[in-house]
Design a protein around this ligand. Structure first.
Ligand code: C5P
Length: 301
C-alpha cells in the first residue's frame, strides 16, 4: 500500500490569542503544494507498529525525524487502531521524506494524514474521510487539511476545515533554511512580542477574491503571515531571503507557517527559474525548490 501526501503552505496565517489549551486561535488559508512524502505501509501479523524513514533531502542542523513511538506516523496508526478497537493490528511504515523537516510545511502532519488513509485501507477499517477527520485533528492542527488538500480555510487551531471557491494553478519557489525552527518556539515568541494580546484573526477578503479570480498577481499582494515578526525575531537573516526573492521579481513572498522555509509566488515556471537563481546565492537558503499548487490531499497510489 503506497500513499502520497503533499506539503502545505499558508497563503494567509492570522493568529489570535492563546487559548486555555495553549493553542492559538487561527484564521488561515491553506494550499496543498506539489512536494510529496511517500509512505509504503505493509501489514505485520505480530501487532507491532514500526517506522523507518528515508530522507531524500538534507536535514536542517539539529533536526531529526523522530523514531518509534515519537514519530507522528506511529501515533496516527495507533490512534486508528484504538478507534477500530482492533489491538492485534500491526504495520510497517516506510516513509520517503521529501517535505522539509521542521520547515513550516507540515511534513510531520502530512505523514500522519497519509498513515490514517493508508492503514484504514490496509486494515479494512472502512472509515470515511469525514470519520478520519476527528482522529486527524487529535494528531495535529494541520493534519485534517492534508486529508483534503486543494485550497481551504482553517479555523479553530487550524483543524476546522472549510472548502473555498478557488480557481487557477499557482507556481511557487521555496527556499529551505539550513537550520529548522520549532513551531512551539515561534508561537512562544509571538506571545512575547504581543504582551497586550491581539485581535480576533480574520482571513483577508482581498485574498479570497484573488483566489476566486485565479489572479496570481493579486494573490501575491495579499499573502500575509502574522508569525512573520516572531520568525524574523528568531531568524533575522530570513528578512534578506524575502528581499532577494522580491527583488528578483516574485509576485509575493512570505514565511511558510512558523518558518523557516520562505515562499515566493511566481508568474510561471520560467519566472520561477529567475527567482530560484537569485535565491540560490543567498547564504541562509539551503535548498531552492520549484513547485505548484493546489494539489489533492493524501491519496493511495
Ligand atoms: O498542532 P501541532 O502539534 O502541529 O502544533 C505544534 C505546536 O505549535 C503546539 O504545541 C503549539 O505550541 C503551537 N501551536 C499553537 N497554536 C496553533 C498551532 C500550533 O500555539 N494553532
Amino acid at each position: 500500500m503506497t500513499v502520497r501526501v503533499p506539503a502545505k503552505v499558508n497563503l494567509s496565517l492570522g493568529v489570535g490569542r492563546a487559548r486555555p489549551d495553549g493553542y492559538h486561535a487561527l484564521a488561515t488559508v491553506y494550499q496543498a503544494v506539489d512536494l510529496h512524502d511517500e509512505l509504503r505501509i505493509t501489514d505485520r501479523s505480530d501487532g507491532e507498529i514500526a517506522v523507518t524513514v528515508h530522507t531524500e533531502i538534507d536535514l536542517p542542523e539539529g533536526a531529526a525525524v523522530p523514531e518509534g513511538d515519537d514519530n507522528i506516523a506511529v501515533r496516527a496508526a495507533k490512534l486508528l487502531r484504538d478507534r477500530l478497537g482492533r489491538p492485534e493490528l500491526g504495520a510497517d511504515i516506510a516513509i520517503r521524506k521529501v517535505i522539509p523537516v521542521a520547515g513550516g510545511m507540515a511534513g510531520g502532519s502530512a505523514d500522519a494524514a497519509a498513515t490514517l488513509v493508508g492503514c484504514n485501507e490496509l486494515w479494512g477499517g472502512g472509515l470515511t474521510r469525514p470519520e478520519l477527520e476527528p482522529l486527524a485533528a487529535e494528531l495535529g492542527s494541520d493534519v485534517p487539511f492534508l486529508l483534503h488538500g486543494g485550497n481551504a480555510i482553517g479555523g479553530g487551531r487550524g483543524e476546522t476545515i472549510s472548502p473555498i471557491l478557488a480557481r487557477g494553478g499557482y507556481h511557487w519557489v521555496f527556499a529551505t533554511a539550513a537550520e529548522g525552527l520549532s513551531t512551539a518556539a515561534v508561537y512562544a515568541e509571538f506571545d512575547r512580542l504581543n504582551p497586550n494580546g491581539v485581535l480576533e484573526p480574520e482571513v483577508p477578503d482581498a485574498l479570497l477574491n484573488a483566489l476566486r479570480a485565479g489572479d496570481a498577481h493579486l494573490l501575491g499582494k495579499t499573502l500575509t503571515n502574522d508569525l512573520t515578526d516572531a520568525a524574523l525575531s528568531l531568524r533575522p537573516e530570513l528578512g534578506d531571503t524575502l528581499k532577494v526573492g522580491l527583488e528578483a521579481g516574485a509576485l509575493g513572498a512570505l514565511i511558510s507557517g512558523s518558518g523557516p522555509t520562505t515562499l515566493f509566488l511566481v508568474a510561471s515556471e520560467e519566472h520561477g527559474l529567475d527567482v530560484s537563481m537569485a535565491l540560490a546565492s543567498v547564504a541562509s537558503s539551503a535548498d531552492v525548490i520549484q513547485s505548484r499548487g493546489p494539489v489533492t490531499g493524501a491519496r493511495l497510489i
